[in-house]
Write a protein that binds this ligand. Structure first.
Ligand SMILES: Nc1ncnc2c1ncn2[C@@H]1O[C@H](COP(=O)(O)OP(=O)(O)OP(=O)(O)O)[C@@H](O)[C@H]1O
Length: 373
């Protein structure tokens, strides 16, 4: 996967270097003007330090530009209060003595345009905050508090949204409840979002791009699909390793309750997901262990999703298995991975460059969100 720096003039560009005690940070990456860029990496790799540096809360050397604004370079350093960031932390720090309604407009009152009623109504609607407005923070659940914190951050009209593991303090149930709100909101945001996480399931659902950080350095950066299926990165070694691919809804087949999508020119059928808007972009999640390979079109099979693919590479996954890296025929930039036994790979004489058929046992819509470009 190649590091990419092309984001156009309105994007975010970050280059920071410096020390925090014994820890050395030296990173550079770019993010497009819209969409979610996940900063992903192990604990202590420097993710929070990057966000703090971007917000001006930690003083590193370097250069930061947001749209046409220079926040920092060799000659200048904007202090934190002059960097229009919305910052959402692990634990929402709401004002205990103010209602949700007043917490929400706290940031907006200080923003240049003040409170915009239409924007306010839209954010309240997207985050489902209406029923909470009169409540005090003390009575809210963890997920509700995070929705309020996110609403407040956005109503301050930031040029950049920073989210530092906003779901990590929540249990799985609360996470599942809040994720659809995050997805809906992020699809509407017209600013770059940096999202720190070490939960790959969150990244699969929310991110458009990934910057992998390790020991204070950028290990890799690129689009979600490319990162998740990069043999050089660790994602494919997870037992639940999955690729996430952009698809478009073509039709809903009422008689079978199946949604048909177009994946790089090939049809894919997804069940149980109800009617969808024809033409809408969606992301598909395909787990490597749900993919099997065949030399011929499997006709006598109950599996309905078969994709024409080309083998890019074959690598050992365990003593018994290989990871087979695949590109979609006709849309080679889209990739996914099959986990197959070494025995089967030998039996089929699988080799890089071969055209084969991938049968997908289970394919799901990872989220209601599309993958941004
Ligand atoms: N003010 C500081 N002084 C000294 N060392 C610091 C300071 N702030 C952070 N560090 C160190 O810098 C390294 C990176 O920390 P950082 O919080 O950025 O990592 P992270 O990737 O966000 O980790 P986590 O996922 O655990 O939050 C850590 O080793 C940390 O101990």
């Amino acid at each position: 996967m190649n590091a990419e720096a092309e984001t156009g003039p309105a994007g975010l560009s970050v280059a920071l270097a410096g020390r925090l005690g014994a820890f050395a940070l030296d990173i550079a990456f770019a993010a497009p003007a819209t969409g979610v860029t996940a900063l992903f990496g192990p604990s202590g790799s420097g993710k929070t330090s990057v966000l703090r540096g971007v917000a001006g809360l930690a003083a590193f050397d370097g250069r930061i530009t947001v749209g046409d604004e220079i926040w920092q370079d060799a000659a200048s350093f904007r202090p934190p209060h002059r960097r229009a960031v919305g910052y959402v932390f692990q634990e929402a720090s709401l004002f205990a003595h103010l209602t949700v309604a007043k917490n929400l407009v706290y940031g907006a009152r200080r923003s240049p345009g003040g409170v915009d009623a239409a924007h306010h109504a839209e954010i309240v609607e997207l985050l489902g905050l209406g029923p909470l407005l009169a409540r005090a923070p003390a009575g809210l659940s963890g997920g509700e508090r995070q929705r309020v914190a996110l609403g407040r951050a956005i109503l301050s009209r930031p040029k950049l949204l920073l989210m530092d593991e906003p779901l990590s303090a929540l249990d799985r149930f609360a996470k599942d409840e809040i994720l659809p709100y995050f997805e809906a909101l992020q699809a509407e945001l017209a600013i770059p979002v940096l999202y720190v996480s070490h939960d790959i399931a969150e990244v699969e659902r929310l991110a458009d791009r990934i910057v992998v950080i390790e020991k204070g350095r950028v290990q890799a950066a690129g689009g979600l699909n490319a990162a998740l299926t990069d043999s050089g990165l660790g994602f494919v070694r997870d037992p639940h390793a999955a690729a996430v691919l952009p698809a478009r809804v073509v039709a809903y087949h009422t008689e079978d309750a199946l949604t048909e999508l177009d994946l790089g020119g090939q049809p894919v059928f997804v069940d149980g997901s109800g009617p969808h808007d024809v033409g809408a972009a969606r992301r598909l999640r395909i787990e490597a262990r749900d993919v099997s390979l065949s030399r011929e079109i499997p006709t006598l099979s109950t599996i309905s999703n078969t994709l024409k693919v080309r083998i890019l590479a074959i690598e050992p996954a365990s003593a018994a298995d290989y990871s087979v890296f695949l590109a979609l025929e006709g849309a080679e930039q889209l990739s996914f991975v099959a986990k197959v036994t070494r025995r089967s790979a030998r039996r089929l004489s699988l080799a890089p460059g071969d055209s084969v058929f991938a049968q997908i046992k289970s394919v799901s819509l990872a989220t209601a969100r599309a993958i941004g470009d």
